[in-house]
Design a binder for this molecule. Structure first.
Ligand SMILES: Nc1ncnc2c1ncn2[C@@H]1O[C@H](COP(=O)(O)OP(=O)(O)OP(=O)(O)O)[C@@H](O)[C@H]1O
Ligand code: SF4
Ligand SMILES: [Mg+2]
Length: 352
């Protein structure tokens, strides 16, 4: 029998995962105050991260990835408000922490690498000063800190000469490696990396991802890798959570999601990005654009773009349902996924 796990429930299903949980997000809601009213950027998102696991949080631009990630570390914009849900991390609800406690776990337990490496690096300080500043937060100072700074550069594959450089003197890939070194400085349990390779060319992307994957395995750290590019998560993530219009619509082990996607949006994403075997001219984009989250649709949020939509879809929101151990999808037609997957590979299916 399949188990129904709505985006609101607290996670009994997660207890059956074979990887012990580090982070469990349930029914997370974050909204922004805008001139047009309230925008529900994250609207009931649920996902888990296991210990020493790399989770890919993937979805189109604007689906709420960065907002969700920032709410985990308490670094949201001034016009943002968390309006619901829970974020359980090593037994504590992060959303209930006061500012001081939230600040105390930043860098030491959860490190956040922001969307552009330049954003995490201060342009007016040399790299060594920036590493020492983070190390000081963990009370590592003086000679121990200078040694640790060198060790961190070794870990991310950069020469020690980088210590004397300013960020603008480094290439994009080198800056991203520095950002990773900063994140790992205090041995956090979880690193959230927001689009860590998006601005890099394909070869450098691969090198940086290899470094991240290698470090993640060696240090047994958990990673949330945020990206709009499903081929990045396919390359290095253990599990995947697919976001659409503020919600997680499918999640599970990478091999399962990539080989047996149960949500049409995931099927569409798999068609829309190149991989090693597929020629770029065979890529099929998903037509249309996501809904305006000032007024989210009543039913399935993907209905207006979904080639498999039924009448029911636009009226009733499908709950996130466990369709196999550890594999969840929010689609009324997930029971027919095998047949839909075949149709989803045909370009004509996605034509308007
Ligand atoms: N400070 C803000 N004020 C108002 N709206 C915002 C603010 N920050 C983000 N948004 C809006 O919230 C929605 C979610 O944004 P978010 O940055 O979380 O998306 P994302 O999935 O990370 O997108 P991208 O892939 O482009 O980085 C978008 O519609 C965005 O325009
Ligand atoms: S619920 Fe309906 S509209 Fe939504 S993804 Fe499934 S088939 Fe498509
Ligand atoms: Mg973002």
């Amino acid at each position: 029998m399949t188990e129904l796990v709505t985006q609101e429930t607290t996670g009994e299903a997660s207890a059956r995962r074979d990887v012990p949980l580090l982070l469990s997000v349930r029914g997370l809601r974050v909204s922004y105050r805008t001139p047009r009213g309230t925008m529900h950027a994250v609207d009931g998102a649920s996902f888990d991260v296991g210990q020493a696991e790399m989770l890919g949080l993937v979805g189109e631009s604007g689906c709420g990835k960065t907002t969700a990630a920032r709410s985990l570390t308490g670094v949201l914009a001034g016009n943002a408000r968390v309006t619901g849900g829970s974020v359980t991390f090593t037994g504590r609800d992060l959303l209930a922490l006061d500012r001081q406690d939230a600040r105390a776990i930043r860098w030491t337990e959860i490190a956040f690498v922001p969307q552009s490496a330049m954003n995490s690096l201060d342009p007016v300080y040399r790299i060594e000063a920036q590493l020492l500043e983070v190390l000081a937060r963990g009370n590592i100072r003086g000679r121990a800190a200078r040694l640790r700074a060198r060790e961190l550069l070794d870990m991310v594959g950069l020469p020690h000469t980088v210590l004397a450089s300013f960020p603008h003197q480094l290439s994009g890939g080198m800056r991203q490696r520095v950002a990773i070194a900063l994140a790992l400085a205090l041995n956090p349990l979880l690193v959230i990396a927001d689009e860590p390779v998006t601005a890099l060319d394909v070869i450098v992307q691969r090198e940086v991802l290899d470094t991240m994957r290698d470090l993640q395995r060696r240090l047994h750290v958990s990673v949330i890798m945020i990206t709009h590019d499903i081929s990045v998560v396919a390359y290095c993530c253990d599990s995947i959570a697919v976001m659409y219009a503020g919600q997680v619509v499918e999640s599970g082990p990478s091999a399962v999601l990539l080989g047996q996607a149960a949500h049409p949006y995931t099927m569409g994403l798999c068609n829309a990005f190149p991989d090693l075997e597929r020629a770029a001219d065979l890529l099929v984009p998903i037509q249309g654009s996501p809904p305006d989250l000032h007024e989210p649709p009543t039913g399935c949020r993907f209905a207006a773009r979904c080639p498999f939509a039924l009448e029911r879809c636009a009226q009733e929101p499908p709950p996130l349902t466990e369709i196999a151990p550890g594999h969840r999808a929010a689609c009324w037609r997930s029971g027919e996924a095998a047949a839909l997957r075949v149709r989803a590979t045909e370009a004509s299916t996605w034509m308007p």
